[in-house]
Each structure stands twice: as structure tokens, then as C-alpha cells.
Write a protein that binds this ligand. Structure first.
Ligand SMILES: NC(=O)c1ccc[n+]([C@@H]2O[C@H](COP(=O)([O-])OP(=O)(O)OC[C@H]3O[C@@H](n4cnc5c(N)ncnc54)[C@H](OP(=O)(O)O)[C@@H]3O)[C@@H](O)[C@H]2O)c1
Length: 335
């Protein structure tokens, strides 16, 4: 049998675990060219939240979409063999039958397979292209990253440090600030939930202004950071998570006057814009990870049935690093 997490009701406002339900259906039979995969780790991603309440799509009654790492059970394609490890959009379920051409084969000797959902997957790639292609960071830049202790943010602060930038992280707890300072070695970090003093402390930490802002959150946090932009600053708009879990967007910011005054470049991007260059970026990220220059911290929730709780937790800032759900243990040989 195949357990699946489906959407029970379209969320309008704050999402709760009660918007989801767990059902059991027969395991899928792979068609010609398909590979049957048993899920090991699910990636819990912010983009799922706006997708579930999108007016253009209706996910009620369907499996929640999501990236995952899994192990091949049976294969109808000669490139994949039972027991091999793969990454792909498998959804929140025990088993998925996926077309062979949508799967990435993983080498468990090269890195722990769960990293394919974090630093050596979409999170690392988003940080890489956001910094190097969109923000075009250079040594000596002052770079501020919001949601800095999350999956994309922690990859971004590390890559910016490796480039020789002065890096400042903004995150939602003292524990995250300690992680950024002690483990990731940022130059300064601030807890935006610590009260009203963090904006002035940020100003003190950036005496020469902010050259690059890597924006994961939008809203009031971004409005505060934008105040410190330098002339010709670059803003890479990666995500707006502060708006994902509310029925209506908060009143808009008035930052365009600042963008004008500072002649700043503000550019949104989707990591998929850079898909043809993923192999090159993954090779660079993999090299840095294996040589110890990049870290991949994970927050792991156990059990497929707890995937809704993990998503709710992510939207409340409970994760440090990449939020995963462990669905099944990896078995050596055939699963
Ligand atoms: N452009 C792309 O192609 C692309 C690709 C992947 C991800 N993204 C975006 O990148 C951002 C980070 O994604 P991720 O996967 O790395 O998630 P993550 O940062 O690991 O987890 C989300 C974090 O966002 C913060 N957050 C949650 N609700 C918030 C709120 N209301 N206001 C401010 N901060 C809030 C929390 O950290 P704090 O405790 O610090 O608040 C939480 O831990 C998201 O906006 C996501 O949509 C974009």
C-alpha cells in the first residue's frame, strides 16, 4: 500500500495540519519508461504554501507536490536499477512512479543523499545563482541575507563569505543568530524578533551601507534592510515568505523612492531560470561541500504523517537549515 498526504481543504490564511489528510491507496504500477521509487526524505519547501491556495490550481484531494530523495524499487528503464538512489518531484507519499527523465541519480559515496535536497540541491543552487548571477557579488561587498539560518539563507551566507564579502545575517531567534555567528562565521547577525533595536544595530554593523541584499522574506524585515542600501546596490529577490501564509498581502512598502535615490537594481529570479547550468553549479557546490568549505545543517521530522506539521513549523520559523521529513530508512541493496 501507498500512504499519501493530500490536501483536504484549501487554506485561506494561516495553514494548519488540519488542512491535510493521510490516505492509503494501492502502490502505483510503473508504466513503460517509469521508475518506481520508495521515498526516503521529503523536502519541505516554502513554495508549496502559495501553491496550495493558488486560485489557478486546485490541489484538494491530490497528493501534495514536493521534491524528494528515494530508492529505486523497480525500473522500466535500463539507466536505473533497483537499490539506486534518486532525487525528483515525487510528492508527499511512500511510493511514486516517475518518468526516468525526471530523476537525478545520486552517488551516496559522494555525499549524504539528503544533501541533494539542501546544499547540493535546490537550496544550494538558489543561493549560488542568486548571489553570483543576479546580485553579482564581489569581494569586499557588504551582503545582508534574510532568513539567513534557513536552507537557502545558510547556503547564501556561506557562499558570500567564501567570495570574500562582509556578511550579515538576519534571522528569527537567538539560537539562529548563534548558529550564524559561531558555526557559519558571519560578521554580524541579528534576531529580528528581539525588539525594536535590531534596525539600529544593523545600521551600526554596516557603517558603509549595504551593497547586496539577498531577500528571502519581503515585508517589514526587507523594508528595514532596504533603508541601508548603498548607491548602485543590488537586491536579489529570492522569496517573500512573510506573505505566503496570509490571506491578503500586507500594505505595500514605500521602498521604490529608495531604489530611485540609490539607483539600486532590484531583480527577482527563479532558480529554474538557470537550469541549463545546474550541472556546473552542482559540481562547484559539491567540491566545496566535500572539502569542508560548505556545511549542510538539517532539521528532520520523522514520519510521512508529520509532513504537514513540518510545513507549518517552517512557516513559523522552527527549522534551522534544511527542513526534511524522513519517510523511510535507506536500505543497502534492493529496498
Ligand atoms: N527564487 C527561487 O527560485 C527560490 C527557490 C527556493 C526557495 N526560494 C525562497 O527562498 C526563501 C527561503 O526558502 P528555504 O527553502 O530556504 O526556507 P527556509 O529559509 O529554510 O525556511 C523558511 C524560513 O523563513 C522564515 N520565515 C517564516 N515565516 C516568516 C515570516 N512570516 N516572516 C519572515 N520570515 C519568515 C523562518 O526563518 P526565521 O526564523 O529567520 O524567520 C523560516 O525558518 C523562501 O522565501 C522561498 O520561497 C526561492
Amino acid at each position: 500500500m501507498n500512504r499519501q498526504v493530500t490536501l483536504a481543504a484549501k487554506p485561506d490564511g494561516v495553514i494548519e495540519a488540519s488542512h491535510f489528510e493521510l490516505r492509503e491507496v494501492p502502490a502505483p504500477t510503473p508504466a513503460a519508461g517509469d521508475v518506481l521509487v520508495r521515498t526516503l526524505y521529503l523536502s519541505i519547501d516554502p513554495y508549496v504554501r502559495p501553491l496550495l491556495s493558488s486560485s489557478a490550481l486546485d490541489f484538494v484531494g491530490t497528493v501534495v507536490p514536493g521534491d524528494a530523495v528515494g530508492q529505486v524499487v523497480t525500473s522500466n528503464h535500463p539507466w536505473f536499477r533497483p537499490g539506486e538512489l534518486v532525487e525528483g518531484i515525487l510528492g508527499w507519499q511512500d511510493y511514486a512512479a516517475a518518468p526516468w527523465y525526471l530523476l537525478r541519480k545520486l552517488d551516496p559515496q559522494a555525499a549524504p543523499v539528503s544533501t541533494a535536497l539542501g546544499i547540493l540541491g535546490a537550496s544550494g543552487l538558489t543561493a549560488y545563482f542568486g548571489l553570483f548571477e543576479v546580485a553579482r557579488i564581489a569581494p569586499g561587498d557588504t551582503v545582508v541575507v534574510s532568513a539567513a539560518a534557513g536552507a537557502v539563507g545558510s547556503a547564501a551566507v556561506q557562499l558570500a563569505r567564501l567570495t570574500g564579502c562582509r556578511v550579515i545575517g538576519v534571522a528569527g531567534s537567538d539560537e539562529k543568530v548563534r548558529y550564524l555567528m559561531d558555526d557559519l562565521g558571519v560578521d554580524a547577525a541579528f534576531n529580528y524578533k528581539s525588539g525594536e533595536t535590531w534596525p539600529s544595530k544593523l545600521g551600526t554593523a554596516c557603517p558603509f551601507g549595504v551593497d547586496v541584499y539577498f531577500d528571502n522574506v519581503g515585508g517589514c524585515i526587507s523594508d528595514t534592510i532596504l533603508r541601508y542600501l548603498n548607491t548602485k546596490a543590488r537586491v536579489a529577490v529570492c522569496g517573500q515568505i512573510s506573505e505566503y501564509d496570509s490571506a491578503a498581502p500586507a500594505p505595500g512598502s514605500r521602498c521604490l523612492a529608495l531604489v530611485l535615490e540609490k539607483r539600486a537594481r532590484v531583480e527577482g529570479f527563479l532558480v529554474s531560470d538557470f537550469a541549463p547550468r545546474f550541472p556546473q553549479a552542482l559540481a562547484a557546490l559539491g567540491m566545496c561541500f566535500r572539502s569542508g568549505l560548505l556545511r549542510n545543517r538539517e532539521t528532520i521530522e520523522d514520519g510521512l504523517e508529520n509532513a504537514p506539521r513540518a510545513l507549518v513549523g517552517l512557516l513559523r520559523g522552527r527549522n534551522i537549515g534544511k527542513q526534511l521529513v524522513r519517510v523511510h530508512e535507506h536500505r543497502s541493496g534492493r529496498p
